[in-house]
Design a protein around this ligand. Structure first.
Ligand SMILES: Cc1cc2nc3c(=O)[nH]c(=O)nc-3n(C[C@H](O)[C@H](O)[C@H](O)COP(=O)(O)O)c2cc1C
Length: 170
């Protein structure tokens, strides 16, 4: 699928079918992830792939509504590896993790899947349930799968600002 079509057809799917995602497609998405840019190429992320019955069940205690997705990528930031801006003192984890999550979401569409970003979950619970090392903080989930028959874009999906509203030519 070409990139313009992917961007135009993408929407957050909030109803997934029970169909499992094929292992080849999971690998294909992860292969795109490893090509993604990160600040100074520090690659300060770890990705937890949740697809087993046990893992999906345990996700519930992290208080995430994943809309019946059978595959969840949890993108975690490694604060120790992240690049730090000398001027602001801020590190790049959120930008890096955002790029990784977006690569997963658009990559999913490339392979005939749909996805949704989910930040509404309890990261401390996730870290506890999946026994994360101290240096990792789970930042965002991308639920991926085949859409259920009733899947449809939300009303919010169509509320888009005009280009003139957000562009400042200087
Ligand atoms: C950083 C981020 C966090 C989000 N977290 C959630 C979430 O926790 N639950 C949810 O249902 N949707 C979540 N979304 C999806 C947004 O609500 C959605 O992208 C937005 O409403 C635009 O709709 P669209 O994706 O269908 O175009 C999140 C999106 C982003 C980018």
């Amino acid at each position: 699928m070409d990139f313009e079509k992917i961007c135009k057809e993408r929407y957050s799917v909030r109803s997934f079918s029970d169909k499992k995602v094929e292992e080849e497609k999971i690998s294909a998405i992860l292969n795109l992830v490893r090509l993604a840019p990160t600040a100074k190429n520090n690659q300060p992320y770890e990705v937890y792939v949740v697809s087993s019955e046990k893992g999906l069940e345990e996700m519930k205690s992290a208080r995430a509504n994943c809309y019946n997705a059978q595959l969840i990528f949890a993108v975690c930031a490694d604060e120790e590896k992240a690049w730090k801006n000398f001027y602001s003192g801020e590190n790049s984890t959120l930008q890096d993790v955002g790029i990784i999550a977006t690569t997963i979401m658009y990559g999913a569409k490339e392979y005939g899947l749909e996805g949704i970003y989910i930040c509404m979950f309890d990261p401390a619970k996730f870290a506890e349930v999946f026994d994360l090392p101290e240096n990792l903080s789970p930042k965002c989930l991308v639920a991926v799968g085949y859409p259920a028959e009733d899947a449809a874009p939300s009303e919010r999906h169509f509320q888009r600002r005009e280009i003139e509203e957000f562009v400042h030519r200087v």
